[in-house]
Write a protein that binds this ligand. Sequence first.
Ligand code: ADP
Ligand code: TYD
Length: 199
Amino acid sequence: MPFITLEGIDGAGKSTHLAWLAEQLRARGDEVVVTREPGGTPLGEALRGLLLSEPMHIETEALLMFAARREHLDRVILPALSRGAYVISDRFTDASFAYQCGGRGIDEDKLRVLEDWVQDGLQPDLTLLFDVEVAIASQRLAGNGNLDRFEQEKNDFFERVRAQYLRRAQQYPARFRIINGARSVEQIRDELAAILNLL
Ligand code: ADP
Ligand code: TYD
């Protein structure tokens, strides 16, 4: 069963579509596990709390993202996939390449080592990249009260994150679908429904 990941800069619209996507698949009678990164397990959620609030070295940040991911794979993702369930994760390793490499400037080779170590070859079957201009995403986030450590970053940080996501989509065209997130929720749902019909 497919492993589906949702990606995009903060405010791109991932969370808005997550539950709806799960409902569509459940309506077909499939088991769907909805999860998120960083997080998805008790340890991962504790690490998420630290990652979103505590100042830290950029490599500590990258290592903690992959530590949480190791636990997430072991306890949630791999068991679900092996019993035939769909897994929909709000972010996965593309976020590490986009934020820690694109945003923070960590060398990609360092992350590739962690990726091989932690994932042992596993990749998502489908990655939905919600792509919007940074100005639109930050306008959407402005409505939210408390901004976390990432959401407080400046626009140029998110420009680099967005560019890195788009580069990855070009690099791995077989699994990426770029969703123009600037459209209405209904228009985006229509496109998502068409993509799901192909699964
Ligand atoms: P993400 O999970 O990618 O950070 P969210 O789904 O939480 O983004 O969306 C951020 C904000 O933008 C929310 O307030 C949401 O209601 C709003 N939003 C999401 N998608 C759209 C859209 N297509 N058009 C207008 N507003 C949107
Ligand atoms: P998330 O809650 O999905 O963000 P939002 O819903 O606000 O879009 O993710 C929390 C933050 O963690 C987000 O700003 C991106 C960041 N992140 C990384 O920097 N690297 C990673 O590997 C992951 C999974 C997330």
